[in-house]
Design a protein around this ligand. Structure first.
Ligand SMILES: Nc1ncnc2c1ncn2[C@@H]1O[C@H](COP(=O)(O)OP(=O)(O)OP(=O)(O)O)[C@@H](O)[C@H]1O
Ligand SMILES: [Mg+2]
Length: 208
């Protein structure tokens, strides 16, 4: 089973967008997918509530209140969305359950500064140092004409975190999310360019 935590303590960095997209992509692969939400705002859960019933099913991962419950047996992929200001003991608990962490980051100075301590904390965790948990980052809401992703990749190097994908800024995300859908749920002709951007991220998750 693949268990993936999506985390960045900076609010609005794209955690719920990334969580819902990952869950949705796997749902189309005839994979049993669970989506969990540690956030009191319940963005991912609210999205799941709106998901049209004719689309491939994504199961709710009931997390529990204190310890994070392991995803039920039989699930193949479990995605865990997390809130802003996430870190410390909560991060440690989550790292006991997952085997991958993906960090969505907006490539702007404020966003980089805001997650610096979190990245350092993550890199020092035993599970990460022992490579029991793999970590990667994704640049979110990128202006394709900017060189911000290169700067972000350079920033991440100090933590030995690879930048595995770059997702451009487009209204399509909001338009699909509000309908309980993702870009992967749209007809292929509408969004090929944007869907392609997710490919390296999916490949990374699929790696053994
Ligand atoms: N690639 C994108 N293009 C355009 N808008 C985007 C993109 N990715 C995310 N957004 C928008 O950015 C906002 C923040 O995204 P999201 O809610 O996923 O972040 P978050 O990290 O989960 O926020 P929070 O910390 O509040 O939980 C949302 O309005 C979302 O629709
Ligand atoms: Mg969120």
């Amino acid at each position: 089973m693949r268990k993936i935590l999506i985390a960045n303590p900076k609010g609005g960095s794209g955690k719920s967008t990334l969580s819902t997209h990952l869950a949705s992509w796997f749902s189309w692969q005839e994979t049993k997918v669970m989506l969990g939400d540690l956030d009191r705002q319940h963005s991912s859960q609210r999205w799941l509530d709106r998901r049209p019933s004719n689309l491939p099913r994504i199961e709710r991962w009931e997390i529990g209140s204190d310890q994070i419950a392991r995803p039920p047996k039989g699930s193949q992929v479990a995605v865990l969305d997390s809130p802003a200001c996430f870190g410390g003991s909560k991060l440690k608990k989550a790292l006991k359950v997952v085997d991958r962490v993906i960090i969505p980051i907006l490539p702007s100075a404020f966003d980089l500064w805001a997650c610096q301590d979190f990245l350092a904390e993550l890199a020092e965790t035993k599970a990460v140092r022992r490579e029991e948990v793999q970590v990667a980052a994704v640049a979110m809401r990128v202006n394709p004409r900017s060189n911000a992703p290169q700067q972000l990749a350079e920033f991440l190097r100090q933590f030995e975190i690879p930048l595995i994908a770059t997702i451009r800024d487009t209204q399509l995300y909001n338009l699909t999310i509000q309908r309980g859908m993702t870009l992967f749920d749209l007809p292929a002709s509408k969004n090929q360019r944007d869907v392609q951007e997710w490919r390296p991220l999916i490949q990374w998750v699929l790696q053994r």
